[in-house]
Design a protein around this ligand. Structure first.
Ligand SMILES: [Mg+2]
Ligand SMILES: [Zn+2]
Length: 185
């Protein structure tokens, strides 16, 4: 099938441990750079998709995150800087950032993939717009599949990957002949 873009969560998905870590201290997983490269080689746009409420508390700046994502090779970063209590329309599981990206990049979100470690935010946001959902077991992934499964009980990921590189290999397998052919299925 033809795919257009992949949205990737930060904490627990490309590195870190699922909790906030300032960009200056954030360690990528060893397979993250290769994973991003493989997606770009497949002709896919790669976007960061992340809640970072510490921005609104002044503990880090949006540009520090943007620089980090750019250095890894992301095409753009979609970041919610707000606290949960703000009632904003961009904090996952609200799909506002996905809708914004779709407008800015003319995307059909049903041809986009969301990769993340949290069922109750990443997977629900993806489900709301009909995107393809891939849960990784790193970060909060195991907890999402176990203790917290009830918080996203209505949502079933299309794929569960041990980590980002396996998720990326699965995404690439969806693209016939690896050339992102426009022919459906
Ligand atoms: Mg995460
Ligand atoms: Zn927000």
């Amino acid at each position: 099938m033809k795919l257009e873009a992949v949205f990737i969560d930060r904490d627990g998905t490309i590195g870190g441990n699922g909790h906030f870590i300032h960009p200056r201290d954030f360690q990528l997983f060893e397979f993250t750079n290769q994973s991003i490269k493989l997606l770009k080689e497949a002709g896919l746009k790669v976007f960061a998709f992340t809640n970072q409420n510490r921005i609104s508390r002044g503990e880090a700046t949006r540009s520090e995150f943007e620089e980090q994502f750019k250095s890894i090779g992301f095409d753009a970063a979609y970041i919610c800087p707000h606290d949960k209590e703000s009632g904003c329309n961009c904090r996952k599981p609200v799909p506002g950032l996905l809708l914004q990206a779709a407008r800015e990049h003319m995307l059909d979100l049903t041809r986009c993939v969301v990769i993340g470690d949290v069922g109750s935010t990443d997977m629900i946001a993806a489900a709301k717009v009909g995107a393809i959902k891939v849960l990784v077991r790193t970060g909060w992934g195991e907890g999402s599949l176990g203790e917290y499964r009830h918080t996203w009980a209505d949502v079933e990921p299309e794929y569960i990957a041990d980590h980002l590189l396996y998720a990326v290999k699965w995404v690439r397998s969806l693209i016939k002949n690896g050339d992102n052919s426009p022919v459906e299925k």
